[in-house]
Write a protein that binds this ligand. Structure first.
Ligand code: FO1
Length: 311
């Protein structure tokens, strides 16, 4: 069994490689739900959907979220009515949110609904929300100390505003989703995908019990750095690491993950940082980490799995 910790786009790219090298039924993705939000009365789980849409080949590659070939009739009509339209929900994507919301209202857990959706999309891996309990990522703005929700920061403000802190509302009362601790404890290797350490991985760790389960098997936990040459390929990971007092570099990622990751995979561009990372007490493997397609993703997946097996 192989278990991965996943956010959105970066994780989905690596998972596209993982499914090529790990047999069906032996791969689990534990996915961040800190980005989840309720809009128009609908429960939206962006990272769960990004993972499921990408692995079923339905994602919009260029936009990075939502479905390919999407239409926007409902959003346009909503806009015409003066409704909230800053967060764009495509017509086909809406079907997912309607289905999830209805099933949750019937009393199904987010885990159950996710299993149903993954099965309908024909996925062979197990997709587990980090928790069935609500955990919501919130950010405090540097400008005025105002606290805002994740999607307000990420979409409405285009993550272009400095922040001074990030919190995970509800984490103290949250329990790991069914199967999450077993998936971490029983896996041969755990892979932390190249997701935003602050906004995608930290919320998963904020659920009581998850970081402890990783620490207990640190030697076989492998992370792929989302930072390459000091920058994130996509999104605000680089700026956030700096704004929150860390460093936007592979060494900064190593510091962030030191307690629960045994091996960090870094890109060739950062090879000169390998000795400093190993000096911290973390193994460091240098490999191509930019994934242009599923073949490169599969190669990177193999590197991460080999590192974990020999950890
Ligand atoms: N991102 C945007 O930049 N603008 C949007 O209007 C938007 C809508 C949206 C709808 C459904 C969904 O699953 C994701 C959506 N995203 C949008 C992406 C989302 O904000 C991010 O993927 C994450 O939450 C960060 O991983």
């Amino acid at each position: 069994m192989i278990t991965t910790l996943a956010g959105g786009v970066g994780a989905a790219r690596l998972l596209r490689g993982m499914v090529r090298v790990v047999p069906d039924g032996e791969l689990t993705a534990v996915v961040n739900t800190g980005d989840d939000t309720i809009l128009h009365g609908l429960h939206i789980s962006p990272d769960l959907d990004t993972v499921c849409y990408t692995l079923s080949g339905r994602n919009d590659e260029e936009r990075g979220w939502g479905l390919a070939g999407e239409t926007w009739t409902v959003m346009e009509a909503l806009e015409g009515l003066g409704g909230e339209s800053w967060f764009r929900l495509g017509d086909r994507d809406l079907a997912t949110h309607l289905y999830r919301t209805q099933r949750l209202a019937e009393g199904a857990s987010l885990s159950t609904v996710t299993t149903e959706l993954a099965a309908r999309l024909g996925l062979g891996l197990r997709v587990l929300p980090m928790s069935d309990d609500p955990v919501r990522t919130r950010l405090t703005l540097a400008a005025d100390g105002h606290e805002i929700g994740f999607q307000e920061y990420f979409v409405a403000l285009a993550h272009a505003v400095p922040v001074v802190s990030v919190t995970f509302d509800g984490a103290d009362r949250a329990r790991p989703g069914p199967g999450v601790l077993d998936a971490i404890g029983n896996a041969e290797v755990v892979v932390v995908c190249p997701s935003n350490p602050v906004l995608s991985i930290a919320p998963i760790l904020s659920v009581p019990g998850i970081e402890g389960a990783l620490r207990a098997r640190r030697g076989t936990v492998v992370a792929v750095s989302p930072i390459i040459g000091g920058a994130a390929l996509k999104g605000p990971a680089d700026r956030l690491l700096t704004e929150l007092g860390g460093e936007s570099s592979v060494l900064g990622v190593a510091h962030q993950y030191l307690e629960f990751v045994g091996t960090l995979v870094i890109d060739g561009l950062d090879a000169s940082s390998q000795p400093s990372i190993e000096a911290l007490g973390m193994r460091c493997v240098v490999a191509p980490t930019v994934m242009h397609g599923p073949e490169e993703a599969a190669e990177l997946a193999k590197v991460a799995l080999t590192a974990g097996r020999t950890g």
